[in-house]
Design a protein around this ligand. Structure first.
Ligand SMILES: NC(=O)c1ccc[n+]([C@@H]2O[C@H](COP(=O)([O-])OP(=O)(O)OC[C@H]3O[C@@H](n4cnc5c(N)ncnc54)[C@H](O)[C@@H]3O)[C@@H](O)[C@H]2O)c1
Length: 494
């Protein structure tokens, strides 16, 4: 393991403006409470060094409660208490009671630990909360006794929204789904909208409310937003036969890849998918397909990769961004963009998915998260905003494995983007401790990005003439809608 010097001066170049961030262990906020990590896998391990560097608090007020031994060495390196105690539906209150009190902070970075249960617990205790994915208890993503709709991220988000309605008095700040995506992606969407407005209309006023953001997206004519990601990290040794590898959680990825495929469903769409369903409850911003997301591919684009086919894995931002940018007139929805993930994981993970599908989605025993064995590659992740007068515009981050290792220990190019998102939102929460239950879209995007950007490598935007109709009908004719490139039908790979 290579450790970068903790006091090293960090430098990262920000986009085309070439702002250079210089940062020497800046403490953004002083925190008097205790901070409890639940789960300490790739995201937890990547996040800890950033929090130690930028939150002003004694390290003996931080502890880790987790499900296995992974990360024990890192915790020892930093002198952080580390306890292996898997939480279950039956024991979580008893386990957390001695550790959590009013004014503390619970970071749920575990898989298989119910976000809804822990959020409710934290609200009762007066404790702040953040996770990077709304997780159900173990087995919840594939429980055949639960409807596909309720196993979706839409259903899980509606369970969190129900808590908003149950606890009407504004309580401790609770931020579900704030890593990179979901998380930073919501802020890149906003930065992208402001940049397009600046380039088209020479003005870039920052909208001051949800309604104004939605109106801006509508006025610009944004029809589709992808969270487009291309991970090119390569490891040595690479994937072995009958082994599932990834650059972040294998369990987390296979869990969400097995959930129904989901997308925010825009008002411009004219071809409802034959395997699609609407949810008969809730905000109605999204739809789902009756198949696992890891079996559905879509065409997308990132600046370095150019065109690619990615998996349409369900993600929180697909619903929250579409919901946030909805314009209503007298309760009638008049505008909403389609929004979804288009994920090209590293090539060895693509090969792992292929093998997994061949085994009817049964995970092999051997699983590995690539970290020290990564020898090269980048993670390019951003918001691709399409359908406006300039066609398509991507705004996001590109981090190489070499940059990630210079920026912080215990990270790869994927985890550093997630950890940066967690850091940005934790700082924002500590600065705004009584804000109730939020979506990432509700946070001040400028503050979160200001804190996260130094860890995001190159951050910037790029226009492209690419559309999902480019180069089609080769080598066979295809069934596409030529009248509007931005129809979901044109993106979906059949
Ligand atoms: N929003 C984002 O950008 C983003 C990106 C990557 C991962 N994630 C999410 O972050 C979470 C963690 O991902 P990861 O890559 O660190 O996963 P990981 O598989 O590397 O680690 C999971 C951790 O959860 C712990 N755990 C499992 N069961 C537990 C239990 N019952 N009680 C306590 N701890 C338990 C494990 O011991 C392990 O430490 C997942 O929900 C994943 O979907 C979000």
């Amino acid at each position: 393991m290579v450790f970068s010097s903790e006091s090293a001066k960090l430098r990262a170049v920000c986009g085309k403006d070439k702002d250079v961030y210089a940062m020497v262990d800046t403490k953004y906020v002083k925190f008097p409470g205790r901070l409890v990590f639940v789960g300490f896998g790739s995201v937890g391990q990547g996040t800890l060094p950033l929090l130690l560097r930028h939150i002003d608090m004694p390290s003996d007020r931080i502890m880790i409660l987790t499900g296995d031994e992974r990360g024990r060495e890192e915790a020892a390196h930093f002198g952080i208490r580390f306890v292996v105690q898997p939480l279950t539906r039956d024991n979580y209150r008893e386990c957390l009671d001695p550790l959590i009190t009013e004014g503390d902070f619970l970071l749920n970075l575990a898989v298989d630990v119910s976000s809804v249960a822990l959020i409710e617990y934290c609200i009762e205790k007066g404790c702040m909360y953040l996770d990077t994915c709304i997780e159900p208890w173990l087995g919840g993503y594939t429980d055949p006794t639960v409807s596909a709709s309720h196993r979706s991220n839409y259903g899980l988000r509606e369970d969190v929204i129900a808590l908003r309605n149950k606890y009407t008095q504004r309580g401790p700040t609770v931020i579900p789904t704030h890593g990179a995506n979901p998380g930073l992606i919501s802020h890149w969407v906003k930065q992208g909208l402001v940049n397009i407005a600046r380039d088209l209309h020479r003005k870039a006023d920052i909208p001051k409310s949800r309604e104004r953001w939605a109106e801006l997206a509508m006025k610009l004519g944004v029809k589709v937003i992808h969270c487009s990601e291309r991970d090119t990290q390569v490891a040595n040794p690479g994937k072995k036969r009958h082994e599932f590898v990834n650059t972040w959680s294998v369990d987390g990825f296979v869990g969400e890849g097995s959930q129904p495929c989901e997308l925010g469903w825009g008002t411009h769409e004219r071809h409802f998918p034959i395997d699609g369903s609407r949810h008969p409850y809730g905000c109605d911003a999204g739809i789902y397909l009756n198949r696992p997301g890891a079996s559905v591919r879509v065409r997308s684009w990132t600046p370095n990769e150019g065109p690619f086919q990615g998996f349409l894995i369900t993600h929180g931002e697909a619903i929250s961004v579409s919901d946030y940018l909805t314009v209503r007139e007298q309760d009638k929805v008049v505008y909403r963009p389609t929004c979804h993930y288009a994920y090209h994981p590293c090539d060895d993970t693509v090969s792992s998915i292929h093998e997994l599908a061949g085994k009817n989605w049964e995970l092999p025993e051997k699983k590995r998260i690539f970290l020290d064995e990564i020898v090269d590659g980048t993670d390019e992740l951003g918001a691709l905003l399409m359908g406006h007068a300039r066609g398509a515009y991507w705004y996001g981050s590109r981090v190489s494995i070499q940059q990630a290792r210079q920026l912080a220990p215990f990270n790869n190019a994927t985890s550093i983007q997630v950890a940066a998102g967690v850091l940005g939102a934790v700082v924002w929460a500590m600065e705004n401790p009584q804000s109730g239950i939020l979506d990432p879209d509700d946070l001040d995007f400028r503050r979160v990005l200001e804190v996260a950007n130094p860890y995001l490598g190159e951050v910037g935007g790029k226009y492209t003439e690419w559309s999902p109709l480019k180069g089609r009908h080769h080598p066979f004719p295809e069934d596409v809608d030529e009248s509007d490139p931005w129809q979901f039908k044109n993106f979906r790979v059949v």
